[in-house]
Each structure stands twice: as C-alpha cells, then as structure tokens.
Design a protein around this ligand. Structure first.
Ligand SMILES: NC(=O)c1ccc[n+]([C@@H]2O[C@H](COP(=O)([O-])OP(=O)(O)OC[C@H]3O[C@@H](n4cnc5c(N)ncnc54)[C@H](O)[C@@H]3O)[C@@H](O)[C@H]2O)c1
Length: 258
C-alpha cells in the first residue's frame, strides 16, 4: 500500500504526536491533510508541516471531539467538502486530567467512539465510500494499569476494546475500513509535561506519580513512524506498541467469541 495522493484527517493534529503524524503522512505523499483540534495550529507547527507538504493541501479547523454535534457537522460537511473522501483518519486528540474524570472520558473515549462511528458511515463501501484506515491512538495505559491515572487508563483500555471490536473481518468485508490501535509509551509532548493526576488523599499515588518524572520519554517521531508502519502493513484489528522508540505488534489471547 502507498499513501501517495491519499486524503487524511488527524484529530488532535496540533499536539506533539499529532504534528509528528501529520509530518510523516505528508512525507509519505498524502495529498490533502485536514487537522482538527481545539487548539490553534501555531506558526511554528504550520512551518514544520509545510516543510514536508510540497504541493499537498493543508487544512485546519477548530473542533472539540467531546461535542458530538460539532464533530458530526465538521466531519460530514467541512471535511467531505474539502477532501471529497477520507482515506485515513487518525484519532490522536486526548487529555490527561484525571482530576476531572467526566471530561477525560468525554474527550479520550466518547470523542474517539463518535469520530469513528461518524467517519465509518461516510467511509464505508456499503454507503458509496471508498473504505480506508482508521487509526486510534490509545496508550500503553490501554494495556496495563496505571495506578495514579485510573480514569485516563480506563479511557485508553476503552479505545483498545472499541477498536479491536470493529477491526474484524466481517466489518471490513462490508465497509472496506480497517481499524488499528497504537499504544505509545511515555512520549515527549506537552501532555507528558503537563500531566495532572487524580486528586486523592491516597499519598502513595502522589509518590508513584513523582517517580514517573524520572522516566525518559521517547520522541513523538517514533510514534509517528509506528503509525505509518501500521497504516502501511498493519492487519485489521491489530494493536501496535511504540515504547522507548521500539515498535512491536501486541498479541492478545484468541477471542472465544469471534
Ligand atoms: N505523550 C505521551 O506520553 C502519550 C503516551 C501515550 C499515549 N498518548 C496519547 O497520544 C495522543 C496525543 O497526545 P500528545 O502526547 O500529542 O499530547 P498533546 O497534549 O501534545 O496533544 C493532544 C492534542 O489533543 C488536542 N485536544 C485536547 N482536547 C481536545 C478536544 N476536546 N477536541 C479536539 N482536540 C483536543 C490538544 O489541543 C492537543 O493538540 C493522546 O491521545 C494521548 O493520550 C500520549
């Protein structure tokens, strides 16, 4: 598979990992890149993208993934009018503010679910779409417990379960859409630096959180490389880990129900 001439949408595309993914998609020949984020694309990040865009078209619009009405309107109208069709959708928007659990769930989990379901309807071959790939950025916290970030951890486990549930052959046969999960380890981005943990009287959680600060995070470019590899050669429903700069495919026990 080549990404040459394809159209891509990146939610959370102004973030540390989102920008790195945008750059790599452009390097691979993506022709139109639509970035959706609550934050504005800074001049510095726009310049980083332009370095790789050659003659590609860059679009950017404010979008809050936790607002379903806004999300649907933007995906179904703005994005489709600008791109015609979506070949690659990356959900990388996320927050780590465990002191406000409802907000973390709304952005990290409900936002990703709504984005996938709305996009799937439009991308599906059954509805006249061309099919494509949806990549959801979860986390190592989607595979392992993280004691001081229990809500964040729950949302990331949710993304893994949701993505694997849709990443099955019968769904692909009908829609032509492949689903992939990416699980990065600690990555050097604003999120990693500004992480806010669950407000709690449980002192040991504070202590464990302090220990995290000794951890040396990987580069966002490593995560972007993992995303590109997964798009190019990942099996439908596969879960990819990118930790300490190393990329691997995670294996789960065989499902009893599929
Ligand atoms: N940085 C890490 O250590 C790490 C590790 C594992 C997984 N992740 C995941 O990677 C993804 C990207 O995170 P990052 O490290 O680049 O962080 P980041 O804070 O640099 O980027 C996150 C982006 O999401 C955007 N965003 C936040 N709320 C939003 C909303 N409601 N609607 C739309 N956009 C919204 C932010 O504005 C920001 O641009 C997240 O899903 C995160 O959970 C990060």
């Amino acid at each position: 598979m080549s990404l040459d001439g394809l159209n891509a949408v990146v939610f959370g595309g102004c973030g540390g990992i989102g920008i790195a993914i945008g750059q790599r998609l452009l390097q691979e020949g993506v022709k139109k890149l639509f970035i959706l984020d609550v934050a504005e694309l800074s001049d510095a990040n726009l310049a980083r993208l332009r370095e790789h865009s050659r003659d590609a078209q860059l679009l950017c619009k404010a979008c809050d993934v936790s607002n379903r009405t806004e999300l649907k309107q933007i995906l179904e109208k703005d994005v489709l009018e600008a791109l015609g069709c979506v070949d690659i959708l990356v959900n990388s928007a996320g927050i780590v503010e465990d002191e406000v659990p409802d907000k973390v769930i709304a952005v990290n989990l409900t936002g990703v679910i709504n984005s996938c379901l709305i996009a799937l309807t439009k991308m599906s071959r059954a509805n006249g779409g061309k099919g494509g790939v949806i990549v959801n950025v979860a986390s190592i916290a989607g595979l392992e417990p993280v004691t001081f970030l229990p809500t964040y951890c729950a949302t990331k486990h949710g993304i893994v379960g949701f993505t694997r549930s849709l990443g099955v052959q019968p769904v692909f046969n009908e829609t032509g859409v492949k689903f992939i999960t990416i699980c990065p380890g600690g990555t050097r981005t604003p999120m990693f630096q500004n992480c806010k943990i669950l407000y709690t009287e449980v002192k040991v959680l504070q202590k464990m959180f302090q220990e995290l600060k000794r951890y040396k995070p990987q580069s966002p470019d490593a995560v972007a490389d993992c995303v590109i590899q997964a798009i190019l050669k990942g099996e439908n429903g596969s879960t990819w880990i990118c930790n300490d700069g190393e990329i691997s495919v995670h294996s789960f026990p065989q499902s009893k129900y599929l």
